[in-house]
Design a protein around this ligand. Structure first.
Ligand code: MEV
Length: 341
């Protein structure tokens, strides 16, 4: 007999886009890896039809938001934009899961993150897939990672207006994936997940969110279609070359291609002065490669720096960023804990 769970905690990893962000939205391939920092979402059944969201400890001051059965907000204690963004993904994740699983439950949701939220580390996708996993489990449904990934992509599309399957796929499956959105079959290929990629991540607050950065690239493409399309196509070629470099374990070449990818992202206008300073400081401190990661407009950069982690972290801090070492994790979305009354 299946035990009825009334409280479920699910977790999902953040991600680093190793290659191909932005171009992947236009159908070009990309490569991204899950990191060893996670988002935890616990969903507890309520006796009424309210959805109450506690978003605390998200590296910014937290909020409590209560949503009525009609979906109308009835109480917001504070309104920090990044937290409100995270809450938007939770609400949409509950809505899409309710529709697919034919579920209508009032729930209390607690979100906790081990990494900065809304900084380009895929926290919105991690929050979405962990919510989908936990909420569906409270409703008695066992969704597999494929299903959670597809629903997570739908959440991102609806909240942001545009999204590739990259962030939700990595949050759902873990490891390093080559994402080829144009191919129906084999669109996700695991890349040597066991490869010990020594990465340092640098963080600086973001000036605007993913939706806005996607709009900026779209506007640039509308204004200069031929040149922007050739940049996007070049990013796709970098990803293919990076795939063979990763498969042969040639980290020097991987680093060099990260530098090329950063230059192309900069030409799309998604980097910032601060991110560039962090990227160039990391290279001067001995990184094999260094680039912006994610949608840009501030946020995070990554450096591939075997045996130079300490030097690169210091260089990023001196350039004004917050640095941490991160490794690739093979753990995708999973249920951490289920409790019944
Ligand atoms: C965001 O982490 C990466 C982007 O390519 C958007 C997406 O793939 O949905 C900018």
């Amino acid at each position: 007999m299946m035990i009825k769970l009334t409280k479920v905690t699910a977790s999902a990893p953040g991600k680093v886009a190793l290659f191909g962000e932005h171009a992947v939205v236009y159908g070009y391939p990309a490569m991204a890896g899950a990191i060893d920092r996670r988002v935890y979402v616990s969903v507890e059944e309520r006796s009424d039809d309210l959805i109450k969201i506690h978003a605390m400890d998200l590296s910014v001051p937290g909020i409590v938001l209560t949503i009525g059965g009609t979906g109308k907000d009835v109480a917001v204690e504070t309104d920090y934009r990044r937290i409100m963004d995270a809450v938007g993904y939770v609400r949409k994740a509950i809505e899409v899961t309710s529709n697919i699983c034919d579920l209508k439950k009032g729930v209390t949701v607690h979100i906790r993150s081990e990494m900065p939220v809304g900084a380009g580390l895929g926290t919105s996708a991690a929050v979405s897939v962990a919510t989908i996993m936990a909420y569906s489990a409270v409703g008695g449904h066992a969704l597999n990672s494929e299903e959670v990934s597809a629903l997570g992509h739908r959440v991102e599309l609806e909240v942001q207006g545009a999204a590739s399957p990259m962030d939700s796929a990595v949050a759902a499956h873990g490891g390093i994936l080559l994402i080829r959105p144009m191919l129906r079959e084999a669109s996700l290929t695991p890349v040597k997940a066991e490869l010990g990629l020594p990465l340092v991540v640098g963080y600086t607050p973001r000036e605007c969110g993913t939706g806005e950065m996607l709009r900026r690239v779209r506007n640039l493409r509308d204004a200069a279609p031929e040149s922007v399309d050739s940049i996007l196509c070049s990013i796709g070629k970098v990803v293919s070359e990076a795939d063979s470099a990763m498969r042969s374990g040639d980290l020097r070449r991987v680093g060099m291609l990260m530098n090329v990818n950063h230059g192309l992202l900069e030409s799309l206008g998604v980097s910032t002065k601060k991110i560039n300073e962090m990227v160039y400081s990391a290279r001067s401190a001995g990184a094999l490669g260094s680039k912006l990661t994610g949608a840009g407009g501030g946020g995070c950069m990554i450096s591939l720096c075997p045996d130079r982690e300490a030097e690169v972290m210091t260089a990023i801090s001196v350039a004004g960023g917050t640095a941490f070492i991160s490794s690739i994790s093979s753990r995708g979305v999973c249920i951490e804990k289920g409790e019944s009354i």
